[in-house]
Design a protein around this ligand. Structure first.
Ligand code: KIV
Ligand code: NA
Length: 264
């Protein structure tokens, strides 16, 4: 086995083949998703919420994400692993962005980096790609700017569609190998997908993007409570783990565990 390459993802778009992406933050899940044939794994800054328990993604740092990136890279054989640049690590400009991207490649060992923003981060994408590091872009709703965007809201409705479309074109022209489209109307995502040469990866962007991404804890029902409309639950891991932990607790309290077969 060998790693998936960015050019294979671009070739898949040319053939009209859709592909899945998942987040991953640790070795067991990364290995399972790799075994399942998920070609791209994102060590998202969503680790802020899904691993570290922060309120927003704004708090997480490169120092916190890099060990997770290393774990996912070590645990996988085939998946292309993308490291997500956290808030504050690339906004100052191309020099800061390149420095952080190099850290992710060198210390994290990932195969590409991702950052948020359209026209406003095109210069950063150019600098990083010029250094030989593939960049995944992210436009539409960008969680790191939630305070400017006014919360988790669909971007690109009505006249604002042109803004999202211009952002997608700008990052593609800057050299991004793929573009995440988060929470944009399906018809806008479709138009972008038709207009740019590199793959679009939708999350809440309808069915016509080249790829789809979900956060794994959402996808398997580990996260409970009200979920965004774009999430589909494929398992009930919350229920499974709750039942297992409850049963373990009951058996320890009741003296059924360990039995002789689990003893020396
Ligand atoms: O951090 C993340 O999980 C992401 C994906 C949802 C695209 O950026
Ligand atoms: Na992210």
């Amino acid at each position: 086995t060998r790693r998936v390459r960015t050019r294979e993802l671009i070739a898949a778009k040319e053939r009209g083949e859709k592909w899945p992406m998942l987040t991953a933050y640790d070795q067991y899940t990364a290995a399972i998703f790799d075994e399942a044939g998920i070609p791209v794994l994102l060590v998202g800054d969503s680790a802020a919420n899904n691993v570290f328990g922060y309120e927003t993604t704004l708090s997480v740092t490169a120092d916190e994400l890099l060990p997770l990136v290393r774990a996912v890279v070590r645990a996988t054989k085939r998946a292309l692993v993308v490291g997500d640049l956290p808030f504050g690590s690339y906004e100052e400009g191309p020099t800061q962005a390149l420095r952080t991207a190099v850290r992710f490649m060198k210390e994290g060992g990932c195969h590409a980096v991702k950052l948020e923003g359209g026209r406003r981060t095109a210069a950063q994408i150019e600098a990083i790609t010029a250094a030989g590091i593939p960049v995944m872009a992210h436009v539409g709703f960008t969680p790191q700017s939630e305070h400017t965007l006014g919360g988790y809201r669909v971007q690109g409705r009505g006249d604002a569609a042109e803004e999202v479309i211009a952002d997608a074109h700008a990052v593609a022209e800057a050299g991004a190998f793929a573009v995440v489209l988060e929470m944009v109307p399906a018809h806008v995502a479709k138009r972008i997908t038709n207009e740019i040469a590199v793959p679009t990866i939708g999350i809440g962007a309808g069915p016509e993007t080249d790829a789809q991404v979900l956060v794994w804890q959402d996808m398997v029902g580990l996260r409970t409570g009200k979920l965004p409309r774009f999430v589909k639950r494929y398992a009930d891991l919350h229920g499974t783990l709750l039942e297992a932990a409850t049963q373990f607790g009951d058996e320890v309290r009741g003296g059924q565990f360990p039995s002789s077969e689990h003893s020396f």
